[in-house]
Design a protein around this ligand. Structure first.
Ligand code: ATP
Ligand code: FE
Length: 326
């Protein structure tokens, strides 16, 4: 069994997963405190991880009906993410592994989002993968379980960031994606026309213009009209984000002559994106909701194809903040 930890952002996560990709437990402890500030406060995220990580690991083992003695591999997110937050997970994983002289697998967070697709019944490469999360948005070609090749990426904001910033402009809470999507379900997606950066060539994305367009629209309408038309604004804004994503996905499927699609990252939890992806007409795999947003089961999944480091080599392991070239 693999015991995995994930602390790259604000959620403290631990999971127990078998070598075959069966999830025995998958615990996520969210930090409600960041909602009050409309975003993640890095220092508080680290403190929350420090206070909770041991209890979350214990809970994951307990829910799996296991103890540390049953673990054959410890896996941990090494990056990208908030360095202070990542280091709590890395230090904890080192301690757990060293106490039993277990090997340790250092996992890339984005590969984790891809590998969420390999869990349970699983979706096998090759496929085109849309990764859309709070910090990243890219289209990749996945030819094996170990990594991916980036075909296109966002030139500015991530799709999840666009959801979060749009939600903030509409006075919704943090994280904004689920709240904006909920409001959008009551609105008319054709009420307003927002840009999709269709002219950005190839497989790259741009969401900065969209966010600015909403900002100007909200300013023009004024607070009262914005509140009255909030559902239509949300629906039109969500429509533009999803349209921008689907447009590149279709381009990629065609350009790469690859008729299979997987989606990963928190935005994959979005209902409209799932519907639109399913309507493309190729086999599509989207992990279940809890495996799309940050979790440790996806880290355990990716760890199955990572070269593990033996004791004591990993004691020098460090975290990294930004995406490594892939
Ligand atoms: P990264 O993976 O790039 O480091 P992250 O880990 O913070 O970033 P995830 O947890 O993968 O991001 O995804 C969180 C993002 O997903 C947030 O921006 C959130 O608004 C968005 N999100 C979650 N659920 C939905 C939804 N139903 N619709 C749209 N967006 C959503
Ligand atoms: Fe993530």
């Amino acid at each position: 069994m693999i015991l995995a930890l994930e602390t790259s952002c604000d959620d403290t996560c631990a999971a127990v997963v078998t070598r075959a990709g069966e999830i025995r437990s998958n615990v996520v402890s969210s930090q409600a405190v960041h909602g009050r500030f409309g975003g993640v406060v890095p220092e508080w995220a680290s403190r929350h991880h420090l206070e909770n990580v041991n209890a979350i690991v214990d809970l994951a083992l307990q829910q799996a009906g296991a103890t540390l003695d049953d673990a054959e591999l410890i896996a941990v997110t090494q990056g990208p993410g908030l360095v202070g937050a990542l280091l709590i997970g890395v230090a904890t994983a080192k301690g757990l592994a060293a106490s039993r002289r277990l090997p340790l697998a250092a996992v890339d967070h984005l590969q984790g989002h891809v590998a969420a697709n390999f869990l349970e019944e699983g979706f096998e490469p090759p496929f085109i993968c849309l990764l859309a999360s709070g910090g990243h948005t890219l289209i990749a070609r996945v030819t094996d379980h170990r990594g991916y090749e980036t075909l296109g990426q966002t030139l500015d904001d991530a799709a999840g960031e666009a959801f979060d910033k749009g939600a903030r402009l509409l006075g919704l809470g943090y994280p904004g994606g689920p709240a904006l999507s909920k409001l959008a379900s009551e609105g008319d997606p054709t009420a307003f026309k927002f840009p999709t950066a269709a002219r950005v060539a190839g497989l790259d994305f741009s969401f900065a213009g969209l966010k600015t367009a909403l900002l100007y629209k909200v300013r023009d309408l004024g607070p009262e009209e914005t509140a009255r038309q909030a559902a239509d604004l949300a629906a039109s804004y969500e429509f533009a984000i999803v349209e921008a994503l689907i447009m590149r996905v279709e381009r990629a499927l065609e350009a790469e002559n690859e008729p299979r699609l997987a989606i990963g990252g928190g935005v994959a939890a979005n209902r409209l994106l799932r519907e639109r992806a399913a309507a493309i007409g190729v086999p599509v795999h989207v992990p279940e909701h809890a495996l799309c947003t940050d979790n440790a089961a996806m880290i355990a999944s990716a760890a199955r194809w990572v070269e593990p480091q033996p004791f004591p080599d990993y004691l020098a392991l460090d975290a990294y903040a930004t995406r490594r070239a892939a």
